[in-house]
Design a protein around this ligand. Structure first.
Ligand code: GLU
Length: 288
């Protein structure tokens, strides 16, 4: 089979070595199989995505020797595709409008005796799922709202679902996340919906990405089943950490690729070292 892989950064900051590692692994996976490699900019967050980060990301990847096929795809230019997927889920009765604010959700969670936690923190208590149809329709016309997936109802519709992480078959347990947001109040989609729609639309066969997105794959698998989309093969890699075992992040002082580039680092050597698992001093790799 012709393999197609991708790198899909969110331009909400500068890339660091962890991004370089992830991108290089995905790139090698595709190219070593004579496959295609795509670059997709996940710029759906209107408050945080910035054009200058896109420019830096492109310069970083070219500097590292990464080559991609075809045009760069920008999620902000594909909103109708996500709206279409959402309307199919609306027609299937599997999503509902949510009028809650962060603070009403936090207050409800604080007031409940047992607040279940999922991989991303406390799960949404389902307030708007229980609204009477009449109130829902009235408020929908008047109030800003997000759209949430009724995850239990969706799973009941699909039955048990599985995906592959490399050779390992994984049972999807998206219910652990509760009713995830598929369209935000401030954006007509969300990460989960856009990533699932685009990977299918772009013919991505193999997703190589960090272990931090392992659990989220359960949601993507559910959305694939609901939208009749193919399931790619996943390969979640360990995350790079600093010497204290902390994930790389700007706030932890991790140098950006732009710093390294401007500081005259040798990109070919850096790329070869990362791919061979030789990490620069002060870094280690975490997880299985
Ligand atoms: N845009 C996501 C991020 O930067 C990655 C999406 C993915 O690889 O599925 O974290």
């Amino acid at each position: 089979m012709h393999i197609v892989s991708r790198f899909a950064p969110s331009p909400t900051g500068l890339l660091h070595l962890g991004h370089a590692y992830s991108c290089l692994l995905a790139h090698r996976h595709a190219r070593s199989h004579d496959g295609g490699f795509l670059l997709r900019i996940e710029d759906i967050d209107p408050g945080r995505a910035r054009a200058e980060f896109v420019d830096e990301i492109i310069d970083d990847l070219l500097w590292l020797g990464v080559t991609w096929d075809g045009e760069i795809v920008f999620q902000s230019e594909r909103l109708p595709l996500y709206a279409d997927a959402l309307s199919r889920l609306k027609a299937a009765g599997l999503v509902y409008p949510c009028f809650c604010t962060r603070s009403t959700i936090a207050a409800e969670i604080a007031a409940s005796a047992a607040a279940p936690h999922g991989p991303d923190g406390p799960i949404y208590p389902g307030t708007c799922r229980r609204l009477p149809a009449e109130e829902r329709a009235r408020r929908r016309a008047l109030e800003p709202h997000a759209w949430r997936l009724d995850t239990e109802a969706a799973l009941a519709r699909t039955g048990p679902l599985y995906w592959h992480d490399g050779e390992t078959e994984v049972l999807a347990e998206p219910q652990a996340f509760g009713d995830v947001v598929l369209a935000r109040k401030d954006a007509p989609t969300s990460y989960h919906l856009a990533v699932t729609v685009d990977d299918a639309a772009q013919g991505v066969t193999d997703i190589v990405r960090g272990r931090d997105l392992y659990a989220a794959t359960d949601i993507h698998r559910l959305l694939q089943a609901l939208l009749d989309l193919p399931t790619p093969l996943y390969h979640h890699h360990p995350l790079l950490t600093d010497a204290d075992g902390r994930r790389l992040a700007k706030r932890n002082g991790a140098p950006t690729l732009a710093d390294l580039r401007r500081g005259g680092a040798d990109p070919a050597r850096l790329a070869a070292d990362l791919l061979d698992g030789r990490l620069p001093a002060g870094y280690s790799s975490m997880g299985p």
